[in-house]
Ligand binder design. Structure first.
Ligand SMILES: NC(=O)C1=CN([C@@H]2O[C@H](COP(=O)(O)OP(=O)(O)OC[C@H]3O[C@@H](n4cnc5c(N)ncnc54)[C@H](OP(=O)(O)O)[C@@H]3O)[C@@H](O)[C@H]2O)C=CC1
Ligand SMILES: O=C(O)CCC(=O)C(=O)O
Ligand SMILES: [Mg+2]
Length: 741
């Protein structure tokens, strides 16, 4: 192992990217004496686009492919990566990024949505590599351990975030399909050897097309499922009609970003059902301009100018008519008329359902008021547990953050586990027929009867990954004393295979102090909520999707935002990946920053991740001061929370930059009394300087607030301007830069 451990800090997008400019210099300054080397590696959406197309760019605009570099690093024991949340881009976000880069002088080709020749086909494929969740699955070469640190829980108890009460006559509910969904159609097997299996499609005349060869390891659980799109369409028709009858909002909650291939299908059919009259009346024109509902209604607006003006007007009028007849839509931004069906990346289920719960089971309607709503979550695999929590809130009332317990998670995530690794194994039926899984001898292992347009996806979980996940769960149970609940459903073919492994593995451990259960998601939710409302702690041990969903749901209920989560990924190869929070990149915060110079991103996730990363660096060879510095940071974070120095929502209040000042000050104060003479001597004057200059520093920050922060870009801003806005206090910078040396 190298003598000089390196911590990689990732350069990403949106709010946490902005915050990095203020925070990373502080981290470098305070850890100077550890001998740790800090590297900033660009995995932002814009950075990935530039790297992908570097062969087409002039030398000075080229960029190294940092994601591939990191993808290799995480498989080495020296890996120590702090991964901030990055954009998992939808196609509209990608197109916006390309436009912005072009406007900055990057000679990038347009995104060829409908390629006309082989060259365009190649370009499209390159661009599609930048879409969806293409960073996380590459870096996540370990399973995940997500939980809230004790001081964070205590903070929420002292400063509870608002949770709106639920009205006793609340009409909100979760709607899902009842047949022919992924849940019903799943099939699975555990491979008894290393082999290559084949995914193929056979039409009704027996013509077979080979689609993809997939290597499968011995002990790997391989599963596949299909979803019937006619049934999906009927589901939307019915749910839309119900919303109309009940006079509540219609809403759709999916993961169009992470599940970039299969989930836009939900969008597609929701749009076809909701705007049916538009398709009936203008089907030909919509086809002519290449409207693709998978990209949301925004795609129609962006292509409308290809039609003559009178046609454009007729289409817009028809949309207005539809809004009068159909149920009101759940809104993303009612002021701007942006609806739930506008863009697939705006409503992301893991964050959106908790936000509905926070709002007292209401969503924003077109009038700018909150209203009851139906939450469509088509596939039952994950809808039923949301239904359970929604019904629980209706029955028992809103959660009280000062009283609830905690729900931690151990997630099966490594090596592109489960559905989150299915993108390259997802196909759409070109006609009625069947998808087949064949072994090397051509024997049929699984068969899926489908109709034209149906979605098929294959996914798997590797044996070593499952075993590591079980080990992590048992260890967490022992460390915390909380019961572990495996959220596994004996009615799901995939879960049946996993349950077998859990039952085989568990007896290999000393379970004398471990309370464990295996329950289907609905029941697991019921059990967990009972304990949660009684103030008790429980660990959910789940697959990859439930990991994602539950680690937003519970932290948001418990502490207001999943950004405050501690998210550790012990890598299978021995290193560590520390994700900051469990949430996203908070685009709303960037909008506020650009408009009024106030950034309300709370970097708590980054603070907590750094503590863990420093502890790992110590094990990787950093000197003994590292531990003291990490512990001091940990205590500084507690102080930061006790004194409530988290950023506030409004301009004029403490923001991200001010909150970093307090973190630095408390960290210096802790180091000034840490028991290490050298560190104490070094940081005593720093603590004094920081305390003495409090007003001056905060005033210098306040000077850039209340007016626009023009950073000349959203996906790829001018970094010298970002730096200027994010480090506006000369006094503070001087103290930090002196430490950085
Ligand atoms: N790990 C990753 O890399 C992840 C990436 N993403 C990506 O992030 C983007 C945005 O996702 P979205 O669903 O909007 O979720 P976000 O978590 O970005 O935003 C939802 C809301 O959470 C609150 N919030 C989030 N982080 C903070 C913070 N640090 N400080 C204070 N409040 C915070 C704010 O809510 P409020 O106004 O209610 O206080 C915010 O508006 C998408 O592109 C998505 O793909 C999403 C999840 C994880
Ligand atoms: O990778 C993504 O798209 C989002 C990941 C996410 O939401 C999570 O890990 O909680
Ligand atoms: Mg998530």
């Amino acid at each position: 192992m190298s003598q000089k451990p390196t911590i990689v800090w990732t350069k990403i997008d949106e709010a946490p990217y902005l915050a990095t400019f203020s925070l990373l210099p502080i981290m470098q300054a305070f850890t100077k004496d550890t001998g740790i080397n800090w590297e900033l590696r660009d995995i932002s959406l814009a950075g990935r686009v530039i790297a992908e197309f570097s062969d087409m760019l002039p030398e000075e605009l080229r960029q190294f492919d940092e994601l591939s570099y990191l993808g290799e690093l995480v498989n080495k024991p020296e890996a120590n990566v702090i991964k901030l949340p990055n954009i998992s881009a939808s196609v509209p976000q990608l197109v916006a990024t390309i436009k912005e880069l072009q406007s900055q002088g990057y000679p990038l080709p347009d995104f060829p949505e409908e390629p006309q020749n082989a060259e365009e086909e190649k370009i499209k494929l390159k661009y599609l590599k930048c879409v969806g969740s293409n960073v996380n699955p590459v870096l996540r070469q370990g399973n995940s351990d997500r939980r809230l640190a004790e001081p964070v829980k205590n903070y929420a108890k002292m400063h509870p975030h608002p949770m709106k009460p639920v009205s006793p006559d609340c009409k909100s509910y979760v709607a899902h399909m009842n047949k022919k969904d992924f849940y019903q159609n799943e099939q699975s097997f555990t491979s008894d050897k290393d082999q290559n299996i084949l995914i193929a499609f056979e039409d009704e005349n027996g013509n077979r097309k080979e689609l993809k060869e997939v290597p499968v390891e011995k002990g790997e659980v391989f599963s596949a499922s299909s979803l019937n799109v006619n049934e999906l369409y009927k589901f939307f028709e019915k749910t839309i009609e119900e919303a109309k009858q009940q006079n509540i909002l219609f809403s759709l909650h999916v993961k169009g970003t992470m599940m970039k291939v299969s989930d836009p299908t939900f969008f597609d059919y929701a749009i076809r059902a909701y705007y049916k009259k538009l398709f009936d009346k203008f089907g030909k024109e919509l086809e002519e301009i290449g409207f693709n509902p998978r990209n949301g209604l925004a795609d129609l607006y962006s292509k409308l100018n290809k039609l003559p003006e009178d046609k454009q007007k007729a289409i817009l009028d028809s949309i207005d008519e539809i809004y009068k007849e159909q149920p009101r839509l759940y809104m993303v931004d009612s002021d701007k008329g942006i609806t739930n069906l506008h863009r697939p990346n705006d409503v992301i289920i893991d964050a959106s359902i908790p936000s509905v719960i926070k709002n007292g089971l209401k969503g924003w309607g077109p009038s700018g008021e909150t209203e009851d709503l139906v939450m469509s979550i088509p596939d039952r695999t994950y809808a039923t547990m949301y239904k359970e929590v929604v019904e629980d809130v209706k029955k028992h009332g809103q959660f009280d953050p000062t009283k609830v317990g905690t729900v931690q998670n151990v997630g099966l995530m490594a090596k592109k586990a489960e559905e989150y690794g299915s993108h390259d194994k997802t196909f759409f039926a070109p006609s009625n027929g069947k998808f087949l899984i064949l072994d090397e001898e051509g024997n049929t292992l699984l068969t899926f009867d489908v109709e034209k347009g149906d979605v098929f996806r294959g996914y798997s979980a590797k044996d070593d990954v499952i075993k590591d996940w079980i080990k992590l769960a048992v260890n967490r149970a022992k460390d915390s004393g909380y019961p572990i609940v495996f959220w596994l459903d004996s009615n799901r073919a995939h879960d049946v295979q996993i349950i077998k492994k859990v039952l085989e593995e568990l007896p290999k451990y000393d379970l004398s102090n471990v309370e464990y259960y295996i329950m289907a998601p609905e029941k697991a939710m019921r059990y967990t909520l009972r304990r949660f409302r009684a103030g008790l702690g429980t660990i959910s041990v789940t697959g990859n999707i439930l990991r994602d969903y539950l680690t937003d749901l519970f932290p948001i209920i418990e502490v207001g935002t999943s950004a405050r989560t501690l998210s550790i990924v012990p890598l299978l190869a021995g290193g560590g990946l520390f994700e900051t929070g469990a949430g996203g990149s908070a685009p709303k915060h960037v909008e506020q920053f650009i408009k009024e110079g106030h950034l309300r991103w709370d970097s708590l996730g980054e603070f907590l991740a750094t503590v863990e990363s420093l502890k790992l660096a110590r094990k990787q060879g950093a000197n003994e001061k590292t531990e003291i510095i990490a512990e001091s940071l940990n205590r500084a974070v507690s102080k930061y929370l006790e004194n409530d120095k988290t950023p506030k929502r409004k301009v004029g209040q403490l923001d991200n930059r001010g909150s970093h000042y307090y973190l630095a000050r408390y960290w210096a104060e802790e180091l000034a009394n840490c028991g290490d003479a050298e560190l104490e001597a070094k940081f005593k004057p720093v603590a004094e300087e920081l305390a003495k200059n409090e007003e001056k520093i905060l005033n210098e920050i306040a000077e850039v607030e209340g007016k626009p922060a023009d950073i000349k870009g959203y996906y790829h801003p001018d970094e010298s301007l970002v730096e200027k806005y994010m480090r506006p206090s000369a006094t503070f910078n001087k103290i930090i830069d002196a430490l950085r040396g």
